[in-house]
Design a protein around this ligand. Structure first.
Ligand code: MN
Length: 128
């Protein structure tokens, strides 16, 4: 079974590290980026199995980065999970129109993170 790779795009360093540690413990290979542009570049380079995308990001926000990922054949199939503290109606509508697969409210809870990833990567194994 191959280990699935998760790309974290999050500008807040403490959040990025925490998510990285949690995903590492769950057995995933982790890549991370601190802004939308680097996130897009990493996604194109490594074609991760899943992307965790913050919304408020420098250079390119999470909606624009998700729209870009979903707009090209190479990366369109990669599930994107939008993470935001702004669980407002307008944000929700933008999230849905961005064609991301799922939404996680921040602060992200471990059980929600685990459930969402398992739902989106059902056939992908984690490391033992
Ligand atoms: Mn942010």
């Amino acid at each position: 079974m191959t280990t699935a790779t998760v790309l974290i795009v999050e500008d807040h360093e403490a959040n990025r590290r925490l998510l990285g540690v949690l995903l590492g413990r769950l057995g995933y290979r982790v890549l991370d980026a601190a802004d939308g542009q680097s996130g897009l570049a990493l996604a194109n380079e490594h074609l991760p199995d899943l992307v965790l995308m913050d919304i408020q990001l420098p250079k390119l926000d999470g909606f624009a980065a998700t729209t870009a990922l979903k707009g090209q054949g190479r990366t369109r199939h990669i599930p994107v999970v939008i993470m935001t503290a702004f669980a407002l109606k307008a944000e929700e509508e933008r999230w849905m129109s961005s064609s991301a697969e799922a939404f996680l409210a921040k602060p992200v809870r471990l059980q929600d993170l685990t459930a969402t990833i398992k739902r989106l990567l059902p056939e992908k194994g984690t490391a033992p």
